[in-house]
Design a protein around this ligand. Structure first.
Ligand code: PLP
Length: 373
């Protein structure tokens, strides 16, 4: 059989509602208003409501949502923020852009921050905990929230991969002070370009974001502080409004694919992803784990099935963070995961033939004779 399967395909979800997206894009193009207008305002209302939040502020990216959050919470030089070691590097950059120090905690069996290891890392410099809902699954928010309350720490959530995921029936992004979202095209709620947002229940915090995102000005040419240019544009906001009306459906489709993988993949050397009791997952990625990761990856590629690794180099070992002086071995669980994880293809619009082909090909991988690393 000859079937090329990419790890992610972005145009299929577009074609599922092509007419709606094209109509909205044309509407905005013809409106003559492209920055901070009706589409952004309406999207903010709709996304706040979807997330059971009082306020939403549209921004230019997920990274901006993160670094502006720490800036607005007053976290900077001399402060520490507890963050998962197993995350996308943007989570860490949001902290270090403000000259605060990341303090890493190892992942649990669900790849999220291990809540049992957070308290050990709290010092008198700790100001916040950053929880990341990685691969679409909500982190252990009850326990994390309790720790933050007890130690008077801010709680920030990185929801870049968890649009629509819940913990104990409550939306991710609503447990802490600020929930940070990315609308990078490959995210569950992806724009057709860059975008981001925050949600919060706090009116004053929301107002600060509105000021910061627009050069520190509330009133034109009256700049209160040194802000940023971090505005979600009208076309992206309009397209996100269209996509938001279909998000539950898109997430349901991903869940269906994940359930087929979970039911269909049987392999003695593979760990399939597990969802924690009170968490839901929106399956941003379907991440499996095996000692034979590189061999499996090559084998799948021989059959034209493309995979990715999220992420091959943990932030603390990246060149950018050499300054933290955390040598290999500093975070053994994170590092082992980085050498064993593999993200199978999973995207909206994946066909039944493609799903079956991935399942059958993974199941036919023969690890006898593979070197045990
Ligand atoms: C994508 C992502 C970000 C950054 O979002 P951008 O919009 O690309 O800046 C931050 N954190 C996590 C966990 C992400 O997956």
């Amino acid at each position: 059989m000859n079937m090329k399967i990419l790890q992610n395909v972005l145009d299929r979800q577009f074609f599922q509602y092509q007419r709606e997206y094209e109509e909205k894009a044309l509407e905005v193009l013809r409106s003559g208003w492209y920055i901070l207008g009706k589409e952004v305002t309406e999207f903010e209302k709709e996304f706040a409501s979807y997330n059971q939040s009082r306020y939403c502020v549209g921004l230019a990216s997920g990274l901006d949502a993160l670094w502006l959050t720490f800036r607005i919470l007053g976290i900077g030089e001399g402060d520490e923020v507890i963050t998962p070691g197993n995350t996308y590097i943007a989570s860490v950059m949001g902290i270090t852009i403000n000259h605060a120090a990341p303090v890493f905690v190892e992942p649990d069996n669900y790849y999220n921050i291990n809540p049992d290891q957070i308290e050990d890392k709290i010092t008198d410099k700790t100001k916040a905990v950053l929880a990341v809902h990685l691969y679409g699954q909500a982190a252990q928010m009850n326990q994390i929230k309790k720790i933050c309350k007890k130690h008077h720490l801010f709680l920030v959530e990185d929801c870049a991969q968890s649009h629509g995921a819940c913990y104990d029936g409550k939306m991710t992004g609503t447990f802490g002070d600020v929930g940070c979202f990315s609308f990078y095209p490959s995210k569950n709620l992806g724009a057709f370009g860059d975008g981001g947002a925050i949600v919060t229940q706090d009116k004053e915090i929301a107002k600060q974001f509105q000021i910061y995102r627009n050069y520190g000005s509330e009133k034109r040419y009256h700049n209160k502080l040194i802000g940023a240019n971090s505005r979600l544009d009208e076309i992206q906001a309009g397209l996100l409004r269209v996509k938001l009306t279909h998000l539950e459906e898109y997430n349901e489709e991903r869940r269906g694919i994940a359930e087929q993988y979970l039911a269909g993949i049987h392999h003695p050397s593979l760990h399939l992803p597990v969802t924690a009791a009170k968490s839901s997952s929106v399956w941003h990625q379907f991440v499996i784990r095996t000692k034979y990761r590189d061999e499996l990856r090559d084998y799948l590629l021989e059959h034209d099935i493309h995979t990715l690794i999220h992420y091959p180099i943990p932030p603390h070992l990246s060149e950018a963070y050499r300054c933290l002086q955390l040598p290999p071995g500093s975070l053994p669980v994170t590092e082992r995961y980085a050498s064993e994880i593999l993200s199978l293809p999973l995207y909206n619009g994946m066909t039944q033939e493609e799903i079956d082909f991935v399942i059958n090909t993974v199941n036919s991988f023969d690890m006898t004779g593979q070197k045990n690393r």
